[in-house]
Design a protein around this ligand. Structure first.
Ligand code: MLT
Length: 206
C-alpha cells in the first residue's frame, strides 16, 4: 500500500458522513480541515497530502501544462489514493467518505469516481475539470455529486466543467451543477451551498 502523509480527525457526531479532503496545487493536508468542519461539523476528516511535487508544490497527479494532464499518472494515482482510503477505512472503521476536493483535489476526486466508484459515497467538486479524455464505462448508480464552478474561472473553461457534469450524469450520478459568480478561488457561497447540500444528502440517507 502507498502511504500518504495525512491528517485524520475522528468523528465527534455519530452518523455524520466521513469527508475525504483533497487540497489544490501547492496545498497540503492542513488546508481543507477548516472547510471540512464548516461543511459538516462532527464528521470524521481524512486529509492526505498529494504525493506528486511540481516545483516543490504538492499535487495529486502530474500535469504536462496547466489543464493538460498526464492521464496515465491520473489513473495510477487515483488507484493509489483509493487503496489508501480503503486502508484508512479499515483501520478506523469508517464508512466510505464523501470527497471534498478543490481544484487539483477536485480533479483527482472526479478521477476516483470514474475509476473506483466504490471508494466514495459522493463528492463535492470545487472548480473541477474532466480528468480523463476517455474514461471507462462506469455505473455511479445515483451517487450524489455537487459540482461548483466559477463563471469567471481562468483555469477551468465552462465547456470543460460542463463536459464533466455530462460525463457524471451519463454514468448515473445524481449531479447538482451550479455555476457561481466567482473565479477559481472559493467564496462564501461555495461553503454555504456545500453545507446545505451535504445536509440534504444526509437527510436522504437517514
Ligand atoms: C490541475 O492541474 O489539476 C488543474 O489545472 C487545477 C490546478 O491545480 O491548477
Amino acid at each position: 500500500m502507498t502511504e500518504f502523509i495525512h491528517r485524520f480527525e475522528p468523528a465527534t457526531t455519530a452518523g455524520s458522513p466521513p469527508l475525504l479532503l483533497l487540497h489544490g496545487t501547492g496545498g497540503d493536508e492542513n488546508d481543507l480541515l477548516g472547510l471540512g468542519k464548516m461543511i459538516s461539523p462532527g464528521s470524521a476528516l481524512l486529509s492526505p497530502r498529494g504525493r506528486v511535487l511540481e516545483h516543490g508544490m504538492p499535487r495529486f497527479f502530474r500535469r504536462l501544462a496547466e489543464g493538460v494532464f498526464d492521464e496515465d499518472d491520473v489513473r495510477r494515482r487515483a488507484i493509489e489514493l483509493g487503496e489508501f482510503v480503503a486502508d484508512v477505512r479499515k483501520q478506523h472503521g469508517i464508512a466510505a467518505p464523501v470527497a471534498v476536493g478543490f481544484s487539483n483535489g477536485a480533479n483527482i476526486a472526479a478521477a476516483l469516481l470514474l475509476l473506483q466508484p466504490d471508494a466514495l459515497a459522493g463528492a463535492i467538486l470545487l472548480r473541477a475539470m474532466a480528468p480523463l479524455s476517455d474514461p471507462p464505462k462506469v455505473e455511479l448508480d445515483g451517487k450524489p455529486v455537487l459540482l461548483l464552478s466559477g463563471q469567471g474561472d481562468p483555469i477551468v473553461p465552462a465547456s470543460n466543467s460542463g463536459q464533466l457534469a455530462a460525463l457524471l450524469l451519463e454514468a448515473g450520478a445524481r449531479v447538482d451543477h451550479r455555476v457561481l459568480p466567482a473565479g477559481h478561488q472559493l467564496t462564501q457561497a461555495d461553503v454555504t451551498l456545500a453545507r446545505n447540500w451535504i445536509g440534504s444528502v444526509e437527510a436522504k440517507a437517514a
